[in-house]
Design a protein around this ligand. Sequence first.
Ligand SMILES: [Zn+2]
Length: 481
Amino acid sequence: MKYIPTIGLEIHCELSTRSKIFCDCPVSFGGEPNTRCCPVCTGMPGTLPVLNKKAVEYIVKAGLALNCEINEFSKLDRKNYFYPDLPKAYQISQFDLPICKNGGLTINTPEGEKFIRIERIHLEEDAGKLLHDSFDRYSLADYNRCGVPLIEIVTKPDLSSSEEAREFVEKVRLMLLYSGVSDCRMEEGSMRADVNVSIRPVGTDELGTRTEMKNINSIRGIARSIDAEIQRQTELLEEGIRITQETRRWDDNKGESKTMRSKEDAHDYRYFPEPDVVPISFKTEDIEALRQSLPELPNKRFEKYTALFGLSEADTNLLLSSVSLSNFFETTAQECANPKAAANFIIVEVLRRLNDTGLSAEDIPFGGNVLGRLIKMVENEEITAANAKKVLAEMFETVKEPEAIVAEKGYKIINDTGEVEATVKEILANNEKAVAEYLEGKEKTFGFLMGQCSRALAGRGNPKIVQDVLRSQLNKLKEGK
Ligand SMILES: [Zn+2]
């Protein structure tokens, strides 16, 4: 490669507060256009914004999860621009004193671990949505999204490939999901990213001219837009053409971007302190209380699952990919002796059932502690693993407790050697041919006979006892021969 890419991201996430940032209109996706707005969020003259306390708590939690410092004093600013999706003609955002600064996350790259710095995270309000496509000669504005609280996470230009960007966004997304501050649903636009890309020739330090692509709403789109932009800039430089600083529109269907407008600088927005909202100040103990309220985050869980529980990285990542699944696993593991066995049972049996039925982990009709009791019965040799699967199937269909299903179906394991011996004798008597083959040295036949015994015991025979009894009976026959 002749050029080194430099990539920075601005990630916007909607906070999952119940109401908007400056009024009590509900925050929820969809709805008939302009049904979730009021005079405040549609910018009527004379209305006054009141800052949502929950939104402030959520941005602090996000900042702590992403290893940021929290500014003890912070304020909101007006960012002025005229566009029909913004009825006030300014957006209340933050300029020079964002709530969070100097954070970052470690990602894994083929060259090893790399720390990606986060310059700042600030709070702002979302704008409305313009609908252009369905109408012939005019556009319509939907202000339902106006005033939804957003955080904007701004990285330093530390990323150098689409792969690194993908890994970083995925990690940020998990951190925010576990912190409970955003649902990060990219397909609904509650998480989207602006991508800044520049390239410079190998051996030089001076950064090239950067371009920006806005509002990309899938991780795949982010990665593809970066690759396409590196390619486009490389071709221009190869032809001796200078790159223009501009904002480009990424078209994910076509896989290409087009010039949108020349890039604006901060002074174009005429930022000034928002006079209608009081500044925000924190006490150290407020910040500490929010830090304490964060649940165990995925990076900590990753260490626990791999180092303490002995799970593979692949299994760990699978369990961590959903907050509900990870929480379900944690409560299951607390109930039984072997967390690794619990993880395997969940990954193989529970996930298969979810896949088959198109459900997700949130829909599991029983708690992890209940599944833990089922796994414990296998650990304590009260039921066989084979019957545990049947119990699980029934737990998904009925709301019965595993103990009740075991009692009802008579799945209790047979640990009584005498009872097993009687069955094994019967099986040997009824399978003379197989027995003869075994005695002639056909070891394979043992598996067949084992299967016959298990079936006769209705899957309730303790496999170890059945195996021992069968082996010793066959040995007796061998010696008797
Ligand atoms: Zn409102």
